[in-house]
Design a protein around this ligand. Structure first.
Ligand SMILES: Cc1cc2nc3c(=O)[nH]c(=O)nc-3n(C[C@H](O)[C@H](O)[C@H](O)COP(=O)(O)O)c2cc1C
Length: 178
C-alpha cells in the first residue's frame, strides 16, 4: 500500500528571505514533504522567481483564489509554515483580517488546529511596536508557534536585514512542524 506524501503549505510574505524560499523547499523535500507554496502579492511581485519555484515544487504557486469553474484544487495541508512572515501579515492574521487569498488560507488553517510555525522577519523597530507584540501573543494563544526570540529569529537593527538573510533559520520551522 502506498502512502501519500504529507503536504506542507508554505505561506511566503514580502521580506528579504522570500527570495531564498527555494532553500526551504529543498529542505522540506529532503524530509519527505510535498510543498504547496502560497505567496502574498508583495512576495510574488518583489521577491519570488515564480516559474522556478513552480518547477521546483511541481505545483502552482498560489497568490489568489482559483478562477470560478476551475476544478483544480489544492491538496489538504498537514502542516503550515509562514516564512518569512512580515509585520503586515502577522498583524492582519492575528486581527482576523482575511482580505487576501493567503490571509484567508491562514484563517482557515488556524481554525483547523494544524501545526503552524511562523518565522518572522522584522527589524527591531517593528518588533517593538505594541501592535506587533500583541499580535504575536494572540497567535501563540491560538496554539501557533511563533519562532521569535533567543534561539529562533532575533530582530535586527533597521536597514541591516540583508545581513540576516543567509542565516534565516528555515530548518527551525521544519523541526517545529515535525
Ligand atoms: C525590498 C523590501 C524589503 C522589505 N522587507 C521587509 C521586512 O524585512 N519585514 C517586513 O515586515 N516588511 C518588509 N517589507 C515591507 C512589506 O513587503 C510590506 O509591508 C508589504 O505590505 C507586506 O505584505 P505581505 O505581508 O502581504 O507580504 C519590505 C518591502 C520591500 C519592498
Amino acid at each position: 500500500m502506498s502512502v501519500s506524501p504529507r503536504c506542507l503549505y508554505v505561506v511566503v510574505c514580502g521580506a528579504g528571505p522570500a527570495g531564498e524560499v527555494g532553500r526551504l523547499v529543498e529542505l522540506a523535500h529532503r524530509r519527505g514533504w510535498t510543498v504547496q507554496l502560497v505567496a502574498t502579492a508583495a512576495a510574488a511581485t518583489h521577491f519570488l522567481d515564480v516559474p522556478a519555484l513552480q518547477q521546483q515544487t511541481g505545483r502552482p504557486v498560489r497568490t489568489t483564489y482559483r478562477p470560478a469553474g476551475d476544478p483544480a484544487t489544492l491538496p489538504d495541508a498537514d502542516a503550515v509554515i509562514v516564512a518569512p512572515a512580515t509585520y503586515n501579515t502577522i498583524n492582519k492574521w492575528a486581527g482576523g483580517i482575511a482580505d487576501t487569498y493567503p490571509l484567508s488560507v491562514l484563517a482557515e488553517l488556524t481554525g483547523l488546529g494544524l501545526p503552524i510555525a511562523v518565522l518572522p522577519f522584522v527589524n527591531e523597530a517593528l518588533a517593538a511596536n505594541r501592535i506587533f507584540t500583541r499580535s504575536v501573543e494572540d497567535l501563540r494563544a491560538a496554539g501557533i508557534t511563533v519562532l521569535l526570540g533567543p534561539g529562533a529569529f532575533e530582530p535586527h537593527p533597521p536597514r541591516t536585514g540583508g545581513d540576516k538573510i543567509a542565516t534565516f533559520p528555515w530548518n527551525l520551522a521544519l523541526d517545529t512542524v515535525g
